[in-house]
Design a protein around this ligand. Structure first.
Ligand SMILES: Cc1cc2nc3c(=O)[nH]c(=O)nc-3n(C[C@H](O)[C@H](O)[C@H](O)COP(=O)(O)OP(=O)(O)OC[C@H]3O[C@@H](n4cnc5c(N)ncnc54)[C@H](O)[C@@H]3O)c2cc1C
Length: 498
């Protein structure tokens, strides 16, 4: 039986373990932390004498391929849900929100009336769908991404527009209004300060819509998203995966193919045929002790998160009937100011440069799924922070974020507690090298076919030229998220190349 060691038990390590153990490998997972889950875990606090669990890192589900959800066995355990109501977008100079309808005829009308959009909204949707279908095919077949494959499937025009081109060029091609461009392009900087002028950044836009669990939309998991990794751990245990938690790796010996580690004062040494790193991309080189391959990555993250707890359900001043809609509050109103805010955070010119806040209505979604909780929860996923300070030193900024959302709420007096995380906290809490939620920034040089360490297109997940060492964390194609796609693709390629 072939021995596989997986380092890291986040969603990617867990998905890889699931596919490999089912293929007959003997799988051992070594995890530094006392629990599995990586950045998809819960945090807990006590509010008014009640113990409250909430999503520590990741909150919403959307990028997972539906086949991973089904094939891992998660679909038997997890209840999920995504809102069909329109998303609501707010700009400073507007009294009411603009509604992002799922129906494109209604959307086109709304964007024209609210933002004067005279571009090609429907064509954008149709073209994006073609690109998304193409990406989904890569996922399913575990095909390494390449420009040639894109050219073959999409043609040269769509490839240069959507895959190798810049986000700025893509947005200018389809839209006339700055506000439409901002809304449609905001995901380019979701993980970190990628410049919208950078070739290769257009790809992030369809990428973020390429999940199939909720048809490309984003939604919620009953109780909380950590149920995904909790359940997958249990499924894997039952399938025979061995977990070594709370374990500190001492040595990876790639001559004798063994890993030595200690766990509660006991030393272990395991041999491997295949060694997979499902960690951040910097950890393998440290553990292999090989710095000959110079790790030169853009790692900076600029995303922060505030979780706000209300003692009664939040009542929105605008469109309260859409209480489970995602809301987006922009502090910038042009692509130039959007780019400046993002780049200024990269340059560390100040602690916080307001860009946009994505408001996730976790509490309302839980009520929809009949999960009664003591407090309503809203999550404010916020851009742009410099990588310099922990949340505990930025209380004024937490207050600023809250005071941007609160004017939209009828019952602000019900806000009883909030928790704030900055990129620096994400580094310390989740071991993300420079706080990026995708482990490394989705710049054009680290996107699509360039999101790999390997030169070999059949061994896309190889760690440099090591034959039996692989990397499938969030820093590999396609990117992070509670999706498990890199873990799946890597395990499939290992099986295929046996
Ligand atoms: C604040 C925040 C909000 C986010 N929001 C969302 C969201 O709403 N939706 C979404 O889909 N995604 C979201 N993400 C991104 C998502 O959580 C990550 O991209 C994803 O969880 C990464 O999974 P992974 O398995 O690649 O890595 P990780 O989850 O980082 O797992 C890597 C594992 O490796 C372990 N490890 C590291 N070094 C070692 C070592 N030396 N030895 C042993 N083990 C080691 C770590 O402890 C960890 O358990 C968010 C992330 C954060 C932090």
């Amino acid at each position: 039986m072939k021995e596989v060691i997986i380092v890291g038990s986040g969603i990617n390590g867990l998905v890889a373990a699931n596919y490999l153990v089912k293929h007959g490998f003997n799988v051992s997972v070594i995890e530094k932390k006392p629990t599995t889950g990586g950045a998809c875990v819960k945090d807990s606090t006590i509010i008014e004498n009640k113990n409250i669990d909430f999503a520590y890192g990741a909150t919403v589900l959307g990028m997972m391929p539906d086949f991973i959800f089904q094939e891992t066995g998660l679909s038997d355990k997890i209840e999920g849900y995504y809102p069909k109501t329109p998303k609501l977008v707010y700009f400073n100079d507007e009294e009411t929100s603009t509604k992002i309808y799922q129906d494109y005829v209604k959307l086109e009308k709304e964007l024209y009336e609210k933002w004067g959009e005279k571009g090609r909204v429907n064509e954008f949707r149709n073209d994006e769908n073609k690109v998304v279908k193409f990406i989904q095919k890569l996922y399913r077949n575990a095909t390494s991404p390449s420009v040639d494959i894109a050219n073959d499937h999409l043609g040269k025009d769509l490839t240069s527009l959507w895959i190798t081109g810049s986000a700025k060029n893509l947005l200018d091609h389809y839209f006339s209004s700055e506000k439409t461009k901002l809304y449609m392009g905001m995901t380019v900087i979701e993980s970190g300060p990628a410049s919208i002028y950078d070739p290769g950044t257009a790809f992030t836009i369809p990428l973020m819509d390429s999940g199939s669990i909720f048809d490309g939309y984003w939604g919620f998991v009953k109780t909380g998203i950590w149920k995904i990794t909790e359940n997958l751990t249990e499924i894997n245990r039952r399938l025979g995966v061995k977990f070594y938690l709370d374990s500190e790796i001492q040595e990876v010996d790639n001559k004798s193919n063994s890993v030595s580690f200690s766990k509660i004062n006991k030393d272990y040494k395991l041999n491997y045929d295949h060694l997979i790193f499902a960690t951040d991309p910097v950890t393998p080189s440290k553990l292999i002790n090989d710095f000959s391959n110079n790790i030169d990555l853009d790692l900076i993250g600029t995303s922060g998160k505030v979780t706000a707890f209300f003692k009664n359900p939040v009542r929105w001043k605008d469109s309260n009937n859409y209480s489970d809609s995602f809301r987006f509050i922009f502090s910038v109103d042009s692509l130039n100011s959007f780019e400046d805010a993002s780049q200024n955070a990269l340059k560390d010119l100040d602690n916080y440069f307001p860009g946009f806040i994505q408001v996730y209505p976790e509490g309302s979604a839980q009520r929809k799924m009949n999960n009664k909780e003591d407090f309503d929860k809203l999550i404010f996923f916020t851009k742009n922070f410099s990588y310099n300070k922990e949340a505990k030193n930025l209380n004024d900024i937490k207050e600023k974020i809250i005071s941007t959302v609160i004017p939209h709420i009828e019952n602000p007096e019900d806000l009883v507690y909030s928790k704030f995380l900055t990129p620096k906290d994400l580094n310390e809490t989740f071991l993300f090298p420079k706080g990026n939620i995708d482990h490394s920034t989705l710049t054009g040089d680290q996107n699509y076919h360039k999101r790999t360490f390997s030169d070999n297109k059949d061994n896309f997940y190889s760690y440099y030229d090591y034959e039996n060492i692989f990397y499938c964390g969030a820093g590999s194609f396609p990117c992070g998220s509670v999706a498990g796609t890199p873990g799946y693709m890597c395990s499939k390629q290992i099986i295929r190349n046996l």
